[in-house]
Design a binder for this molecule. Structure first.
Ligand code: SAM
Length: 382
């Protein structure tokens, strides 16, 4: 396979990267041949997000996980930083072209997770009367909708360890939103990778109906190959904030971005058909709760209300797609890399990553942190 070398100084990537074509998007997979270009995997690209994104080839990234600077919250002390614009509208205007570039580099079936929270206005010129919430995330999301993004989920990141606040005329803010956006109505989303684990009841072990599984549920549980999975994790995630000692601003708690990466960045992708490899999944149907209904699976009530049944799953090995071509890892991009939590978690989960960061100091912190996680005790690395 031909590969192109990285030339950071030109937009030649864009010109040379094969355009490909949009195949019928499969339920799982992004459905495009993987562009034969070398991406700067596992690198922090220093500089302005808009400029550095322009150097990446189109349709090359599987998912984006990011948290841009919030409006008027922090001064990162670097020229060209986003977040200190004169008004919330100007902040939206700074971010919009960056999201347009993200749309270009994302594969058509890719997803983007955006953590961004609000600020209270201190002056009318910021965009709202003093004391009012600026509704910055809502303004940004409406603009992104106009630019062709589909907003598929709003996750509430509930922070159980929020600091007490001395404010007496409003509620303390104890959550932040995380939006999940896509470019196309059909996109890669591996729900099985993030379903909640369950412990089946003794009765379920006896009466579970093998659905797409040859063996009884009891055997699967006792075999212990992987957890038995139940429901969708829902959109309220209780995760404590977790400071990182090397950085003086809030970083993602690693746990917060595990689900986004697991669900929207494929583990392996076939270079020929572009599809994500699927896992073998065994399923069993069990009745919900312990009612009379459950004791009589042929009950007409159950037949009329099949949702009273619940599917348990167990995820097995990855299954080759049949092309016989080499496979590559999915790639996660974070254009506001900060202390590099996205890269750190992507590596833990066996995915490739690319970071962009304006501040040299944070870029160095991120590299040292990721290197230290690879080889504990090795210090800041080469
Ligand atoms: C909210 S922090 C990201 C924190 C990150 N999620 C983590 O876990 O460490 C936002 C980052 O964006 C960077 N930044 C600000 N303006 C930027 C720009 N124009 N281009 C690239 N990075 C920028 C800041 O230096 C800061 O590190």
């Amino acid at each position: 396979m031909n590969t192109l070398t990285i030339d950071n100084t030109t937009a030649s990537w864009r010109r040379l990267a094969p355009r490909g074509y949009l195949r019928d998007l499969p339920d799982v997979g992004v459905g495009e041949p993987v562009a034969p270009v070398e991406l700067p995997h596992k690198q922090v690209l220093r500089g302005d997000a808009l400029q550095r994104l322009g150097e990446l080839p189109e349709r090359s990234i599987d998912c984006v996980v990011t948290s841009p600077p919030y409006f008027l919250l922090r001064d990162y002390g670097v020229t060209g930083q986003i977040g200190l614009e004169g008004s919330v509208e100007e902040w939206v205007a700074s971010l919009r072209p960056i999201f347009a570039e993200l749309a270009r580099v994302l594969k058509p079936g890719g997803g983007l997770w955006l953590n961004v929270a609000d600020t209270f206005s201190r002056a009318a010129k910021s965009g709202a009367a003093p004391k009012s919430m600026l509704l910055a995330p809502e303004r940004l999301l409406l603009a992104l909708g106009e630019d062709g993004w589909l907003v598929r989920s709003k996750v509430i990141w509930a922070k159980p360890n929020t600091m007490p606040n001395s404010v007496v005329d409003r509620l303390n803010t104890t959550y932040e939103p995380i939006y999940f956006l896509v470019r196309s109505p059909r996109y890669f989303f591996d729900l099985d990778a993030i379903r909640e684990p369950v412990t089946p009841s003794a009765r379920h072990l006896d009466i579970a109906k093998p659905h797409r599984a040859a063996r009884p549920l009891r055997e699967a549980v006792e075999g212990g190959a992987s957890p038995i999975l139940g429901t969708n994790p829902g959109d309220v995630w209780r995760i404590p904030t977790k400071g990182f000692r090397g950085a003086h601003f809030a970083t993602f708690p690693p746990e917060l971005i595990r689900r986004p990466i697991l669900a929207t960045c494929p583990e392996r992708i076939c270079t020929q058909c572009g599809r994500a490899l699927k896992h073998e999944v065994s399923t069993w149907r069990v009745p919900l709760g312990g009612s009379r209904i459950a004791a009589k699976p042929k009950d007409r009530f159950v037949m009329r209300f099949p949702e009273r049944w619940h599917t348990l799953r167990q995820v097995g090995a990855l299954v080759p797609c049949g092309c016989g071509a080499p496979t590559v890892r999915g790639v996660v991009l974070d254009p506001f890399f900060g202390a590099g939590t996205t890269g750190l978690v992507a590596e833990q989960l066996g995915r490739d990553w690319i970071g962009i960061e304006l501040s040299d100091d944070y870029a160095r912190i991120a590299e040292a942190r990721i290197f230290e996680a690879r080889i504990p005790g090795a210090g800041s690395g080469p």
